[in-house]
Design a protein around this ligand. Structure first.
Ligand SMILES: [Zn+2]
Length: 84
């Protein structure tokens, strides 16, 4: 069974560090891996776009900071994304 190279970022990992990426809080090495992953993974590019939209709408980066209305809006965005 093929195993991903150790330095290849998994989608799950990307999701966990996306807020740091958007805050420019990632170390350079992680940021390079993040960018490299985006180049090969359309799903994560779309996820990043959704995050940027959410930040623009809600003015916040973390789900914990979202008020319930904004969180519903975020979940709605993901549902729409999953349909397309
Ligand atoms: Zn991905």
């Amino acid at each position: 069974m093929a195993k991903a190279p150790a330095d290849e970022l998994a989608c799950q990992e990307l999701v966990e560090i996306v807020s740091d990426y958007l805050e420019a809080a990632l170390p350079d090495a992680d940021r390079e891996r993040f960018d490299a992953h985006l180049e090969v993974c359309e799903g994560c590019r779309r996820y990043l776009d959704q995050m940027r939209t959410t930040i623009h709408v809600a003015g916040t980066l973390t789900e914990d900071d979202l008020d319930p209305g904004a969180k519903d809006q975020l979940l709605q965005l993901f549902r729409e994304w999953n349909r397309t």
